[in-house]
Ligand binder design. Structure first.
Ligand SMILES: Nc1ncnc2c1ncn2[C@@H]1O[C@H](COP(=O)(O)OP(=O)(O)O)[C@@H](O)[C@H]1O
Ligand SMILES: [Mg+2]
Length: 365
């Protein structure tokens, strides 16, 4: 068991491209850390530097208390599970799982014991004598994970291990890897581009973009308090809605005014936005905080929008709406009488709004 520390780590590839820019990251002992971000943001490069498969140009990488920059991958005591978990096709499941231990000259009886125990944990006991082509995609993925676990490494590194599975199997394996983490109590670093995977699996999530860490926080901290526009838009489905507008403040009141939209701000927001009077900001609001107004009983402020598309999900319904030329989404109760083309009165929950500086794209708090 070990923590993993990256101090001022950078990676410039030979063609001069800077894939990872001076990142600082401490992954705690026994933590499940997810690195998430769009394709090309530097997740795999970061993971491969921890593994020793890529060399860092700058900075220090530590596993436990030991600086490992000059330690060979095989001596770092890590296990790596890739997206393309190449199993040896001519070997049985048992042999695939035993392979790494054999190389390390572990005694035969111990290999048998460890492989069988791991197979039991992963539900592979019945298929130990089969070859990879006789397994389902999910079983093959489990063998790849088993091959990593059986070595009992200090740190597990996963690079998009579920991307090749179908949607249902992905959800199932997601839960299995989480369970595995609880039972093994080992340090795991998990790379994915899928924010749902990140949210559901991570103890903490490190959001990256363009080789830079955008925010490092627990799933709900990220959801509730995104540091910037990128994180706000990346985490959560449907994505957060954004409206450009201007803050107008007076002695008695403060308002956010956008194209076809007007919101009264509360005292806290008025204070937060006091430096922004007359200035352009971006307002963000998640779909669940936009609700259909009951015009009869609700005397408060409404904003009107045209209903463009209705998507019933069963447990809730997504309404795709438009104010002038600006599109956004509301997540409303499933059973409603809304129709396409309707001019619908909405309540945007002012308490739940986020404001971002239009220039810096940083959250205004
Ligand atoms: N060997 C390489 N040479 C040059 N550029 C590379 C190399 N490997 C990756 N890159 C570039 O570095 C960036 C980050 O890559 P990667 O870490 O694989 O991203 P991610 O895993 O987040 O999708 C990408 O723009 C990619 O094209
Ligand atoms: Mg990658």
């Amino acid at each position: 068991m070990a923590k993993v520390t990256l101090n001022n780590v950078s990676k410039v590839y030979e063609n001069g491209f800077e894939a990872v820019k001076n990142i600082n990251l401490e992954i705690y002992n026994k933590e499940f850390m997810v690195l998430v971000g769009p394709s090309g943001c530097g997740k795999s490069t970061t993971l491969r530097m921890i593994a020793g498969l890529e060399e860092a140009n700058n900075g220090e990488i530590k596993i436990g208390e030991k600086v490992v920059n000059n330690v060979l991958p095989k001596d770092r005591d890590i296990a790596f599970v890739f997206q393309n978990y190449a199993l040896y096709p001519h070997m049985t499941v048992f042999e695939n799982m035993a392979f790494g231990l054999k190389l390390r000259k572990v005694k035969k009886a111990e290999i048998k014991e460890r492989v069988e125990a791991t197979a039991a944990v992963l539900g592979l006991s019945e298929v130990l004598n089969r070859r990879p082509k006789q397994l389902s995609g999910g079983q093959r993925q489990r063998v790849a994970v088993g091959r990593a676990i059986v070595r009992d490494p200090k740190v597990f590194l996963f690079d998009e291990p579920l991307s090749n599975l179908d949607a249902k199997m992905r959800v199932q394996m997601r839960a299995e890897i989480s369970k595995l983490h609880s039972s093994l109590k080992s340090t795991m670093v998990y790379v994915t581009h899928d924010q749902t995977e990140a949210m559901t699996m991570g103890d903490r999530i490190c959001v990256m973009n363009h080789g830079v860490i955008q925010q490092l926080a627990t799933p709900l901290e990220l959801y509730d308090y995104p540091n910037n526009l990128f994180v706000a838009g990346f985490i959560g489905t449907p994505a957060m809605n954004f409206f450009e507008g201007v803050i107008f403040e007076d002695k008695d009141y403060a308002q956010f005014v956008g194209d076809g939209i007007k919101i009264d701000l509360n005292d806290t927001q008025k204070q937060q936005l006091s430096a922004y009077n007359g200035r352009a900001v971006i307002m963000g609001i998640r779909s669940e905080f936009i609700q259909i107004a009951d015009v009869k009983t609700n005397s408060g402020q409404h904003n009107n929008a045209i209903v463009e598309v209705i998507e019933p999900m069963g447990s809730e319904t997504y309404l795709y709406l438009k104010i002038n030329s600006h599109s956004f989404v509301a997540k409303v109760e499933a059973h409603n009488k809304v129709v396409v083309g309707q001019n619908l009165a909405l309540i945007l929950n002012a308490e739940k709004m986020h404001f971002f500086d239009k220039e810096t794209e940083l959250a205004i708090r």
